[in-house]
Design a protein around this ligand. Structure first.
Ligand code: FES
Ligand code: FES
Length: 162
């Protein structure tokens, strides 16, 4: 039976009709046309589909759209503010932590969750946090370095203006 849910996505309030068993990833990509979150494995193994739900990174391929009712969802499209990339996004670009880019939106969402928690992360913490993400291109070193760099800039303005 169809169900109506109301939720906030990227600062916009939406009310949508979903079908039974529909994943949040399908809702985001197919119904809302937000294709930043990627459809990789579809079974919770690769992390390419990660989005934030109430501030926590989840694999949206396994997360039922119905569970998003009343919650706040952020996709990679919703991170930049006033056209500026976030410090974490800039750290990935400037650190060359992006090659084909397929894994990047998911990794950025997990790194952004860490950023919001603003803890003193060790390199081991970062590796553990990112362990649910598979990247077929980079070998992970630059990803970990970029995450570290992004976390160093927590709280600093990300704009380039003086
Ligand atoms: S597509 Fe969701 S974890 Fe791989
Ligand atoms: S940059 Fe290609 S899969 Fe990670």
């Amino acid at each position: 039976m169809e169900q109506t849910i109301s939720f906030t996505i990227n600062d916009e309030q939406r009310t949508m009709v979903i079908h039974p068993g529909q994943s949040l990833l399908e809702l985001i990509r197919e119904d809302l046309g937000l294709t930043g979150a990627k459809q990789g494995c579809g079974v919770g193994e690769c992390g390419a589909c990660a989005v934030l739900v109430n501030g926590q990174a989840v694999d949206s391929c396994l997360y039922l759209a119905a569970w998003a009712d009343g919650k706040t969802v952020v996709t990679v499209e919703g991170l930049s503010q006033y056209g500026e990339l976030t410090n974490m996004q800039k750290a990935f670009v400037e650190g060359g932590a992006v090659q084909c880019g397929f894994c990047t939106p998911g990794i950025i969402m997990t790194a952004t969750e860490m950023e919001a928690r603003d803890r003193n992360y060790t390199e081991a913490d970062i590796k553990r946090a990112l362990s649910g993400h598979l990247c077929r291109c980079t070998g992970y070193t630059k990803i970990v370095e970029a995450t570290k760099k992004g976390l160093e800039n927590v709280g600093k303005c990300s704009c380039d203006h003086e």
